[in-house]
Design a protein around this ligand. Sequence first.
Ligand code: SF4
Length: 326
Amino acid sequence: MKPDTDFIITGEQVSKGALSCRGCGWSLLARYVSNVMGPETVYVVPACCFSIIAGPSPMNLMNGTVVHTLFAAAAATATGVRHALDRQGKQETNVVVLAGDGGTFDIGLQALSGAASREENILFICNNNGAYMNTGVQSSAGTPSGVRTTTDPSGKATPAKNVMEIIEAHNIPYFATASPAFLRDLQRKLEKAKEARGFRFLMVDGPCPPGHKHEPAISIELARIAVETRFFPLFESANGGIEINYFPQKNLPVDDYLKRQGRFAHLYSDGSESRAPASGQDSGAHANGNQTRETSGKNQEMLNAIQMQVDQQWEKLMGKQTVSKV
Ligand code: SF4
C-alpha cells in the first residue's frame, strides 16, 4: 500500500534559518500555518518567542507580512489590520495572530475576548508552551499545576486556566486544539479555520526543550504522549458542539508524560534537592525519567491531583462530544 504522505509539505513557505531553539514547536507550527495560509496573509505577533523566531524585517521567516505588536494588543491590532484590508477591498487576505500562552491566557485575554465578542474576521493561534519562555520561564495562567518555573520554584500550586472553555463561551464559528505530533489533524484544522469566517481560535501544544527541560530530539514524541495520556486532548468545534478527534487506546497514566520532563522532576524526588530555578538550556539532572529517589508524600499528592485534573477534563469533554477520527 502506498504510504499516506499528503500532509508532508512540498512547497515550503518559510525561509531557512528559523531563530528558535532546537526542538521548538513554534518552528513546525510556523511551517504548517504558512503552508496553509499562503503568501496573502498578514501575521500579527505580540511579545512571545515567535517575535524573535519571525525575524526582523525584511528577513521575515514567513512568506507574508508580519506585524509585531504589544503583548496585550494582538487581537486589537489584528482587528485594525482586518478593517483596513477590508476598506481596501482585500477581503481574501488572511489575518492571523500568532501568540504564546502569555499573550492569550493572561496579557492578551481582554483584547482576545473583545475581538471574539465582536465576531472579528480573524484567526487567533496560540502556541501553548505553558510559561513565559522567552523571558526566562515565568509561570503563566497556562502553566499546568506542579510545574517548576522561576516564579514558582517549588512548583505551581494551581491548575492551568481552561482557556478553551472561555473561548467556547464566546460562541465563535470555529475553535480547536491541535498537536505537532498529529500533523494531518493540524493541517486539516488550519484549512478549516482558514475557510471559516468570523473569529476562529486554534490552540496548539508547544514543546519547548529549555522550558520543559527535555532533549530537543524527543519534542514530537512528548507531544504525542501528551495526547495519548489525555494531558492535551484533541478536539474541535464548528458552529456548536464539541468533537473529540482522537481517542487514546491505551489509557496511559499522566505519569508517562510528566516523568520525561525536568520541569516535573521535583515531583519524583524525596524533597531533599535544592530549589534550582527552572531556566536556561540545561535539560536538568532529572530529565528523561531518570529519577531514582522515592517520591515524597506531598509530591505524590500533587501527582494524584494532576491525574485527577486530567481525568476530570476528559470526562467533561466526553460529556459534550460527538465522534470523529483524526
Ligand atoms: S524557549 Fe521554547 S518556545 Fe521559545 S524558542 Fe526556545 S524552544 Fe521555542
